[in-house]
Design a protein around this ligand. Structure first.
Ligand code: ZN
Length: 169
């Protein structure tokens, strides 16, 4: 899924554990893989190098398109964190609840950052994680369906926010 959706799901999970940001981070991290198992849309990554035969050999090329991608990824991630904070923590206070929401959101986006680290600095642990990430990631490609793809992720994000706000005050 896109980072915004991951961050909102992770933030919503974090809201359940205001006194345990480490657990919030860990469950946020785990939520990434569960969310990725659901068929979902991605925006295009122009610098991505896709290996049709061996997805373990996918990569991102550091070229001028990489700057565009980095910008889109940054906006995506930031937007998710802002939406998570605004809707999950509307009170203007820096408290343990906010820390856990942020920890959950961070945990939920880290697996995609680790993919990038794997592409550039493959090591054994990251290779195992990448195998798992690719294995659990939905193989249904709906990237061409932009409107329904975005609507679906907005609905999932809204549901995560509503559930967290319904159960945790
Ligand atoms: Zn992922």
């Amino acid at each position: 899924m896109i980072l915004a959706t991951h961050a909102i799901i992770g933030g919503a999970i974090g809201k359940f554990f205001p006194n345990d940001p480490i657990l919030a981070f860990t469950l946020g991290f785990a939520s990434h893989f569960v969310a990725d198992a659901i068929p979902h849309w991605h925006y295009p990554l122009f610098s991505a190098k896709i290996d049709r035969n061996d997805p373990m050999k996918n990569d991102m090329l550091i070229n001028k398109w990489f700057i565009v991608d980095l910008f889109n990824i940054g906006v995506d991630c930031l937007l998710g964190i802002i939406v998570a904070v605004v809707f999950l923590h509307p009170q203007a206070a820096i408290d343990s609840s906010l820390i856990s929401i942020l920890a959950g959101a961070l945990g939920a986006v880290v697996p995609d950052a680790l993919q990038f680290v794997f592409w550039k600095l493959p090591d054994r642990v990251l290779r195992a994680l990448q195998r798992f990430h690719l294995w659990i990631h939905s193989k249904t490609d709906i990237d061409a369906y932009h409107l329904s793809g975005i609507a679906m992720q907005a609905a999932i994000a809204a549901l995560a926010i509503m559930l967290a706000n319904a159960f945790v005050h």
